[in-house]
Design a protein around this ligand. Structure first.
Ligand SMILES: Cc1cc2nc3c(=O)[nH]c(=O)nc-3n(C[C@H](O)[C@H](O)[C@H](O)COP(=O)(O)OP(=O)(O)OC[C@H]3O[C@@H](n4cnc5c(N)ncnc54)[C@H](O)[C@@H]3O)c2cc1C
Length: 387
């Protein structure tokens, strides 16, 4: 089944042209500086490459999800996981909570900026003492009448250093389990916020931070949706967060394969180019087959999302399969390059580093398997919570 129309193809072409002109030549610099200049997001916004699925009312393009699929596939072909995740967090992992559950005030305050590329958002779930076990977060937002008073800390927050706001998971009623969890938008320039950069194995161009909140006063209107519903909003939103890994893994894997094949066709060993060795040819055949099958399944899941169908089982499976295959493809493709695979002069070293986080972020592989096994073994049902 083909999910892409002529409009999608034209969009892909113009995005590719833009990325080759404005991004490709800068990636090395952004990776070594561990920072992406904000101007590039503004340029992407000006070209209409951001806010693709957001309503026109807020400056978006009101397009279908396959435009975002193209966006993340093509961005991934720049071979910098950090470049891709920066906007995935903004477009698909933080701002959708504002769009889906937020007040008109919050929508007008934040959405035009994330669509124009002028604002950078973050999602704050993980804390130093808990990640997978979200309901045990400790960050506290006390209702003080006119405002919430925030204390606690979040860690591994993508865009945490240079972000403008963070959609934060907080406890508004610590004795009420998941019903005591809410989502609050926090302006990252607020008094009482301290941010510390985290040095990472990969995703070097993406900044990641620990953010602490020390008596931060947050206006009441920054509450997303209803108090006590944050956990349910999050469980809904995580499906999109996980689905995003499908296009970014597909783009990265296709890039790895095409770079490997190019290399194999010119690298000689024992008097012939290495693409003539059957053992390597078969590896290419196996990897291509696996990538194609994840792509077909992943696109099917994207189409379900596109049709507003909520399927926790399939989204979790797609995230699990895409990220695990990406890690495998990075390892195998690095091997095709021999010693050069280990060198920073060639593309595979960075991809190898960057692919490692896929099975950790947005819910680990073990957590994906926990969700899938509950559905398969106990027929647990996960239902969507409407706004
Ligand atoms: C580069 C990077 C960027 C990130 N960006 C963000 C971000 O923007 N916002 C954000 O909120 N978080 C972010 N994270 C955090 C990420 O989502 C968490 O690291 C992840 O959810 C795992 O949580 P944890 O690190 O606390 O591990 P833990 O939950 O402590 O898990 C440790 C190990 O135990 C396993 N485990 C835990 N529970 C179970 C179980 N029930 N069954 C089987 N195994 C289990 C896990 O799979 C893992 O292997 C980021 C992480 C990284 C590395």
């Amino acid at each position: 089944m083909n999910y892409f129309t002529n409009e999608h193809d034209m969009f892909r072409e113009s995005l590719r042209t833009f990325l080759n002109k404005e991004v490709k030549g800068n990636i090395e610099k952004w990776e070594s500086n561990q920072k992406i200049p904000k101007e590039i997001w503004k340029k992407m916004g000006d070209q209409g490459f951001l806010g693709l699925c957001y309503p026109e009312k807020y400056g978006g393009s009101g397009l279908d999800f396959f435009f975002d699929v193209i966006l993340f596939e093509e961005m991934s072909k720049m071979n910098s996981g950090g470049f891709v995740i920066t906007q995935q967090v903004v477009q698909c992992m933080s701002s959708p909570y504002i769009l889906k559950y937020g007040s008109e005030f919050l929508k007008n305050k934040y959405l035009p900026g994330i669509i124009s590329g002028e604002l950078i958002g973050c999602i704050g779930i993980t804390e130093p003492d808990t990640g997978s076990d979200v309901k045990n977060i400790k960050t506290r937002a006390e209702d003080k009448g006119d405002y919430f008073l925030l204390n606690g800390s979040k860690t591994f927050i993508t865009n945490g250093m240079y972000g403008d706001f963070v959609v934060t998971v907080v406890k508004t009623d610590p004795n009420n389990g998941t019903k005591g969890i809410s989502l609050i938008v926090i302006d990252l320039n607020s008094k009482g916020i301290n941010r510390t950069k985290i040095n990472k194995l990969g995703w070097h161009s993406s900044d990641t931070a620990e953010i602490s909140f020390d008596n931060v006063k947050v206006p009441k209107e920054n509450l997303v949706g209803e108090k006590g519903k944050g956990f349910y909003y999050l469980m809904n939103g995580l499906q999109l967060e996980r689905l995003c890994f499908v296009p970014s893994c597909i783009g990265a894997m296709e890039y790895a394969m095409s770079e490997s094949i190019k290399y194999m066709k010119q690298r000689k060993s024992f008097g012939k180019t290495i693409d003539k060795f059957q053992v390597l040819r078969h590896k290419i055949a196996s990897l291509s087959s696996e990538i194609e099958s994840v792509k077909v399944f992943g696109y099917y899941c994207c189409e379900l999302y596109n049709k507003n169908e909520y399927d926790v089982k399939l989204c979790s499976m797609a995230k699990l399969l895409a990220t695990e295959l990406h890690e495998k493809v990075s390892t195998e493709c690095l091997q095709f390059f021999g010693g050069n695979g280990f060198s920073e002069e060639y593309p595979m070293a960075r991809m190898y580093r960057d692919s490692r986080v896929g099975t950790i972020g947005a819910g680990t592989s073990e957590i994906m398997k926990e969700i899938i096994s509950k559905i398969v073994l106990e027929e647990t049902e996960y239902k969507e919570i409407k706004s």
